[in-house]
Design a protein around this ligand. Structure first.
Ligand code: NAP
Length: 259
């Protein structure tokens, strides 16, 4: 399918690995020029080079912490005028509801709620002036159904979801859509780190931990970054202009809900 976004320009945050990289690759395949970001220069350079060598698009990498104000300024300066924004950052650490104090919540809110909100506030006015824009926020299945060990994520991402629900309806008249993609378990470094938590917590092997988590998914496997990226690129396409303020689960059926 021709996504109709050849020549558009996208900022994909936290995109040297995992789900962000999947989104960057799928947008590049659709002919979108990219600004990519991550904190670690070496892995970011590798990802930028790999995309440049496979797709005929321009790619700029900006090594910066997207959750800091200085990092965001650097990334937004390099990005300039963009048509597509994909927000992403690392997820908060797992733990128990009784573990976290105010500082832990502030850090999670900063990274997974206030950072995407700041990015949207920075780029939405110019998108609205031009009458076209796409924003996709990578959140989590924890927004639909809480994950007990990820209370910080449950809290911060639900706050972002409330903001998007209201804002998406206010910018849609100007041709700009905002939607959230909600990953279930995908085969990325983040999944390995959560498997490690299960393995260490229960004294079982990594293979057993993964098998245990795969058994909770009706599709009986983890998702791939390519599947995730394809969904993101579709939401950024010309065909998705009527999809506004939605929360789309990509979880292999793991969230047991009718709607
Ligand atoms: P990942 O494989 O660990 O990749 C994370 C990417 O983000 C890397 O490129 C990392 O590079 C970059 N990054 C992390 N923190 C950053 C920051 N502060 N500033 C800029 N770049 C940053 O993670 P993932 O699995 O793709 O997960 C992406 C998001 O989806 C996370 O918020 C995660 O919690 C959420 N999620 C993932 C799953 C899953 O199963 N994978 C499920 C639900 C939700 P550097 O480390 O070099 O910065």
């Amino acid at each position: 399918m021709d996504l109709g976004i050849l020549g558009k320009r996208a900022l994909v945050c936290a995109s040297s690995k995992g789900l962000g990289l999947g989104c960057a690759e799928a947008l590049a395949e659709a002919g979108v020029d990219l600004v990519m970001n991550a904190r670690t220069q070496a892995t970011l350079d590798e990802a930028v080079d790999s995309i440049r060598s496979r797709f005929n698009v321009s790619v700029t990498g900006v090594a910066a912490d997207i959750t800091s104000e200085a990092g965001r300024m650097e990334v937004l300066d390099a990005a300039g005028q963009i048509d597509i924004l994909v927000t992403n950052a690392g997820g908060p650490p797992p733990g128990l509801w009784s573990d976290w104090d105010r500082d832990d919540f502030i850090a999670a809110l900063d990274a997974n709620m206030l950072t995407p909100i700041a990015l949207m506030k920075a780029v939405l006015p110019a998108m609205m002036d031009r009458g076209w824009g796409r924003v996709v926020n990578i959140t989590s299945q924890s927004v639909k159904a809480p994950i007990p060990a990820l209370g910080l994520s449950n809290a911060a991402r639900t706050g972002l979801t409330g903001y998007v629900a209201g804002t998406a309806r206010q910018v849609a008249p100007a041709g700009v859509t905002i939607n959230n993609l909600l990953p279930g378990i995908h085969a990325t470094d983040r999944a390995v780190s959560l498997d490690t938590g299960v393995s260490e917590g229960q004294g079982i092997s990594m293979d057993e931990a993964r098998a245990q988590r795969e058994a909770t998914i009706p599709a009986r496997r983890y998702g791939t970054r390519q599947e995730f990226g394809a969904a993101c690129a579709f939401l950024c396409s010309q065909h998705a202009g009527f999809i506004v303020g939605q929360n789309i689960l990509l979880d292999g059926g793991a969230t047991n809900a009718t709607i």
